[in-house]
Design a protein around this ligand. Structure first.
Ligand code: F0G
Length: 393
């Protein structure tokens, strides 16, 4: 490894003390590092998760928790680069369509550098943690009466016709930043690539960035083999899974009415599907889909490990469980899953699950989610003896 670092340094790369080659190659467009717009994102922890491993049928499992970023999601890794580039170009206003996390992140980074931020979100479909962030960071929040795909189409058209600088993950500078999630992960794995990297999929930006990072790291000999990507979608919003499993389709067929309580990935027409297919090719990857019940239960188990995440992130554990059952992942394999967002992003979902009020459609009892691992609060009178009795202590 040292020889590789030496080679990189000779080529003009910057290494930090632990040997990670940093900005110059990663952000080749920035000469002056003081121009980087940052909230000290990245360097997120990687956790062993015993209960989750047991739940999925693995000997062991690690989670890299991107929810530990400044705005609570993986978006910060790409927003530092995206907003830096916007500032270098002299943009005064940035925009994105979002299911909530991109908007929260963009709003924060834009505020740091004094730019206007316009976020386009599907009305009534963004988790409160995320919506409150965009409001607090001072973005102009436009609630579109439509779904995410409508917002995405409109913001692309607006960016074409106006000076708005578009910061969705179709922006290549964002994907460059998101590659660092994988670079960090490999460092945390002591540069020994795991067998599998598992992640949720919505608009497919992360899948594309991870594939690119792994491909480039293998080319540069930072890793000597490429982990397989397992990309997990929610059953009701799984156009990429549909394409992946289809025998006769070569282009993504958009889903007009995607449904899932994991609102972060409620997307029917993912913009980066072509790059994501390339990522699967590079990594010998696969796509899986999981039900609402599986997502909800997996999320509760991740909580029991003392970690926690938002619903979309829990598709990872649900997907791993399926793939182990189907003998695609062997129980002894080395698996790292990426938790993309913080538990605190969507308290409504979490409380709904634990109090038996979570349902895909409130008017349809067949679509209720069972709180298999529910942990209900106990209500008691403000009286010591009654509390003792209720708790059995
Ligand atoms: N997990 C979380 C928590 C997300 O917020 C997203 C996407 C994904 C997974 C899926 O990642 O789109 O790269 O495939 N959120 C976007 C947003 C769409 O607007 O915040 P992807």
């Amino acid at each position: 490894m040292k020889a590789i670092f030496k080679e990189r340094r000779a080529a003009g790369g910057d290494l930090d003390r632990s040997g990670v080659w940093r900005f110059r190659e990663l952000l080749p467009f920035v000469d002056d590092l003081s121009q980087v717009v940052t909230l000290t994102e990245g360097n997120t922890p990687i956790y062993q998760a015993t209960r989750s491993a047991e739940y999925a049928g693995l000997d062991q499992l690690r989670f890299k928790h991107q929810g530990m970023n400044p705005t609570g999601s993986f978006k910060d890794n790409g927003m530092t680069t995206g907003v830096t580039q916007a500032a270098l170009l002299g943009a005064t206003a940035v925009a994105c369509a979002s299911t909530g996390n991109t908007s929260a992140s963009m709003a924060a980074y834009a505020a740091r550098v004094g730019m206007r931020a316009f976020v386009f979100i599907p009305a009534g479909e963004v988790a409160y943690g995320k919506l409150s962030q965009s409001l607090e960071y001072g973005a102009t929040v436009v609630e579109i009466e439509g779904n995410f795909d409508d917002a995405m189409r409109l913001v692309r058209e607006l960016a074409d016709e106006t000076d708005l600088y578009l910061l969705n993950s179709i922006n290549p500078f964002r994907l460059e930043g998101q590659k660092t999630i994988i670079i960090e992960m490999m460092e945390q794995c002591s540069w020994r690539a795991p067998d599998w990297i598992v992640l949720p999929a919505g608009n497919l930006g992360n899948t594309s960035a991870f594939g690119k990072a792994l491909h480039e790291m293998a080319e540069l000999k930072f890793i000597d083999r490429i982990p397989r990507l397992a990309v997990i979608q929610a059953e009701g919003a799984a156009p990429f899974y549909q394409l992946w499993t289809s025998t006769n389709e070569s282009a993504l067929r958009a889903l007009e009415h995607p449904v899932t309580l994991a609102t972060a990935i409620r997307i029917g027409n993912p913009v980066s599907w072509k790059k994501a297919l390339r990522a699967l090719e590079w990594t010998n990857g696969i796509v899986e889909r999981v039900t609402e019940q599986e997502i909800a239960d997996a999320k509760a188990i991740i909580g029991r490990d003392g970690i926690g995440c938002e619903p979309a992130s829990a598709t990872t554990l649900a997907g791993i469980k399926r793939l182990v059952s189907a003998d695609v992942i062997d129980s002894s394999e080395d698996v790292v899953a990426v938790l993309t967002g913080s538990l605190l992003k969507d308290p409504t979902y979490t409380i709904g699950y634990h109090t038996g009020k979570l349902a895909l459609n409130e008017n349809d009892s067949r679509r209720e989610i069972e709180g298999s691992f529910a942990n209900r609060p106990i209500r008691v009178a403000a009286e010591k003896e009654q509390i003792k009795r209720a708790l059995g202590i």
